[in-house]
Design a protein around this ligand. Structure first.
Ligand code: HEC
Length: 302
């Protein structure tokens, strides 16, 4: 708050000075006033500089690490998602993250022809039990999952989720890479960035130090480490590999139209590469008559 007050005071003083100078020239002032004005200027500038410096030095966001830009294979304007990575990422989500995080906007059918075949997804869906009903006697019953079912949630309500996680709510991961600054760079850095707190920083019970998390104390225990799971395609499950794959999966989940969007972009570029020169040619052709026309006034001879 006080920084804002300082900024406004500085602005007001500067405006005052400006109008003062505009009305009378500095050179014509008596010496005492010149000295006073110069002192005021120097003090104001110094004060503003000091305020900015102090403001920068105590800014809490300085303690936060900003994620670097990682070279994602899907990062380029024409590059598609790595679907083998999406498939491994789903495995990571299912075996690790889904213990705490829901992905309530994804249905099993969404995986078909993206990371798995239809037959594979049916098997995955059938592995979970879904409450359905009521049947003819009015009872709810459980049945094996179907393609049209949504991913099962780990907790039935947010209160249960908080109660199981020391009061911290694990957010739904469906759109998480769009919901956080830095997208998958941030999630990757968060997952791989846990470290010892710096000297003098005490962590409360159930909180973990992570320099990428706003506030640095996160309620999620480090979820991944080397060999946290075994990939079904035999890829070595190093920590960074696991994090990269789950981030690619989360990017797909948040933006299922990703590949389609880039393909459309390419088509648009190719289409306009032909169309724009054609239109330009046509424009020159149509307007050439107008543009090369010369209108002259010839006064009638007497
Ligand atoms: C043991 C439970 C648990 C597991 C397993 C878990 N998380 Fe979390 N996660 C949490 C909790 C609790 C929070 C909320 C932390 C907070 O707000 O302090 C969280 C928060 C997050 C956030 C949001 C951070 C933010 O900026 O708000 C992301 C992203 C995340 N988890 C990703 C993952 C991924 C990816 C996995 C799987 C590799 C995973 N989590 C596994 C409990 C878990």
């Amino acid at each position: 708050m006080w920084q804002r007050c300082a900024y406004f005071t500085v602005l007001a003083v500067l405006y005052g000075l400006f109008f003062y100078m505009a009305n009378m020239s500095f050179a014509s002032l008596p010496k005492s006033k010149k000295v006073a004005l110069t002192t005021l200027g120097v003090v104001t500038a110094g004060g503003a500089g000091l305020a900015t410096m102090l403001h920068q030095s105590v800014k809490a966001s300085d303690l936060e690490l900003h994620p670097p830009n990682y070279p994602w294979t899907h990062g380029g304007p024409l590059s598609s998602l790595d679907h083998a990575s999406v498939r491994r990422g789903y495995q990571v989500y299912k075996q690790v993250c889904s213990a705490c995080h829901s992905m309530e906007y994804l249905a099993f059918r969404n995986l078909v022809d993206v990371s798995h075949t239809e037959a594979e997804v049916k098997v995955i869906a059938e592995e979970c039990e879904v409450v359905d009903g009521p049947d003819e006697s009015g009872e709810m019953f459980t049945r094996p999952g179907k393609l049209s079912d949504y991913f099962p949630k780990p907790y039935s309500n947010p209160e249960a989720a908080r109660a199981a996680n020391n009061g911290a709510l694990p957010p739904d991961l469906s759109y998480i890479v769009n919901a956080r600054h830095g997208g998958e760079d941030y999630v990757f850095s968060l997952l791989t960035g846990y470290c010892e707190p710096p000297g003098g920083v005490q962590m409360k019970e159930g909180l973990y130090y992570n320099p990428y998390f706003p506030g640095q104390a996160i309620g999620m225990a480090p979820p991944i480490y080397n060999e946290v799971l075994e990939f079904e395609d035999g890829t070595p499950a190093t920590m960074s590999q696991v994090a990269k794959d789950v981030c690619t999966f989360l990017r797909w989940a948040a933006e299922p139209e990703h590949d389609q969007r880039k393909r459309m972009g390419l088509k648009l570029l190719m289409g306009s590469a032909i169309l724009i020169p054609l239109l330009y040619y046509l424009k020159r052709h149509r307007w050439s008559v107008m543009k090369s026309r010369k209108i002259a006034y010839r006064p009638p001879s007497k």
